[in-house]
Design a protein around this ligand. Structure first.
Ligand code: ZN
Length: 80
């Protein structure tokens, strides 16, 4: 039973693996067990899925966080 009782950190890791299509059957079962008892991770899974689906149709620039974008702009400006 303790094998199926995973932490939220592990669940988040499994969610990202699942989104990449790299999850095995055991991990898939473990994850679904966790998602059935943890609403926070369920929300995270839904959001991760949404983000991935959305970024497939947007430009690379648009999925970068503002902070990262600013850093890139600063670097570009420095080199000029
Ligand atoms: Zn959780």
């Amino acid at each position: 039973m303790s094998l199926l009782n995973i932490s939220c950190k592990k669940a988040a890791y499994l969610i990202s693996k699942k989104e990449q299509g790299k999850i095995n059957l055991f991990d898939r079962v473990t994850l679904s067990m966790h998602l059935s008892i943890c609403s926070l991770c369920k929300l995270f899974e839904e959001q991760t899925g949404l983000i991935i689906r959305n970024t497939k149709h947007t430009h690379t620039e648009e999925k970068l966080p503002e902070e990262v974008k600013e850093r890139i702009v600063e670097k570009i400006l420095e080199e000029k």
